[in-house]
Design a binder for this molecule. Structure first.
Ligand SMILES: C[S@@+](CC[C@H](N)C(=O)[O-])C[C@H]1O[C@@H](n2cnc3c(N)ncnc32)[C@H](O)[C@@H]1O
Length: 273
């Protein structure tokens, strides 16, 4: 397929920004061209023009989610950026385990926002199991959300190819994975898996939460948003976190310039003021 015409790229960028907050610069042109070409070959659409016409005029929500999957990047891994998990243990789980903080009703609520295929919320669940010796006496819930249908389906399965398990420290893998050697996969064991709920959520929509969170991980998605969208999102995270709650961003992301009421804990990790 020839490179997208500037007007086609503009139409794509307009849908992505309006619906999902994603900003596509010209640098993304080759990537978007390749992905669309491969989709069009497998689809009933005769070319990009007719696909874009369909998206703009007749598309269902499901059609739009297929388009989102064409455009989005789902790269993730278990215990990605280990410094964030070490920080969580030091700043959150260990003080809780030592009784150095008051947590009403022993409720712990953690949100992995834009969790892709689920490695992040399951890493958080394994961390909770490892760090809280009396786990059963806590009411721990970890929510993982993403907009991608395919990512959410994989996250719900809690099953991963053996070559995607690298980030899990061996002793933790031993306690929290059930291997199916014949299939070459491993599934998260019930203790950690039972803490996690996976749901589909567009970060740009209204959020359905009734109570606040202690920790929010929103990593490696804000890089795709412009500054006003990031500012708005971080404001909403602040409203949703308990005072002193923890917000972790991707290691290349920060709150610099967003004028947000958070204090830095370490690079890309913050406490709600
Ligand atoms: C690179 S992955 C990050 C996964 C994980 N947080 C990590 O750091 O490893 C980015 C994820 O953001 C999701 N995403 C992008 N825009 C979104 C939106 N508006 N609402 C919800 N999820 C979105 C994509 O589907 C993708 O799974």
């Amino acid at each position: 397929m020839a490179t997208l015409a500037p007007s086609q790229f503009e139409r794509i960028a307009e849908i992505a920004k309006r619906r999902w907050g994603l900003c596509f610069s010209e640098k993304k042109l080759p990537l978007v061209t390749n992905r669309l070409a491969s989709f069009i070959r497998r689809s009933p659409f005769k070319d990009v023009q007719s696909y874009l016409d369909h998206l703009e005029k007749h598309a269902s929500e499901e059609d739009m989610l297929v388009f989102f999957d064409i455009l989005s990047t789902n790269v993730t891994s278990f215990f990605r950026d280990p410094a964030h998990f070490e920080c969580l243990e030091r700043e959150f789980f260990t003080p809780l385990a030592r009784g150095n903080t008051t947590t009403p009703g022993r409720r712990i609520r953690i949100w992995s926002a834009a969790c892709s295929t689920g490695q992040e919320p399951y890493s958080l669940a394994m961390s909770a199991c490892e760090s809280l010796p009396d786990l059963d006496s806590w009411d721990v819930k970890i929510l993982g959300t993403d907009l991608s249908n395919s990512a959410v389906a994989q996250a719900r399965s809690a099953t991963y190819p053996a070559d995607k398990l690298d980030g899990i420290p061996p002793a933790i893998a031993e306690r929290h994975l059930i291997h199916d050697r014949r299939a070459g996969t491993a599934t998260i064991a019930p203790r950690a898996r039972g803490l996690v709920t996976i749901a589909r959520l567009n970060l740009m929509d209204a959020w359905p939460f009734k109570s606040k969170f202690d920790v929010i991980f929103c990593r490696n998605v804000m890089i795709y948003f412009d500054a006003p969208t990031r500012r708005d999102l971080v404001k909403r995270f602040h409203e949703l976190l308990h005072p002193g709650g923890i917000l972790a961003l991707g290691s290349s992301e920060s709150l610099a310039g967003l004028n947000a009421p958070f204090t830095p804990v370490q690079p890309s990790v913050y406490r709600s003021a």
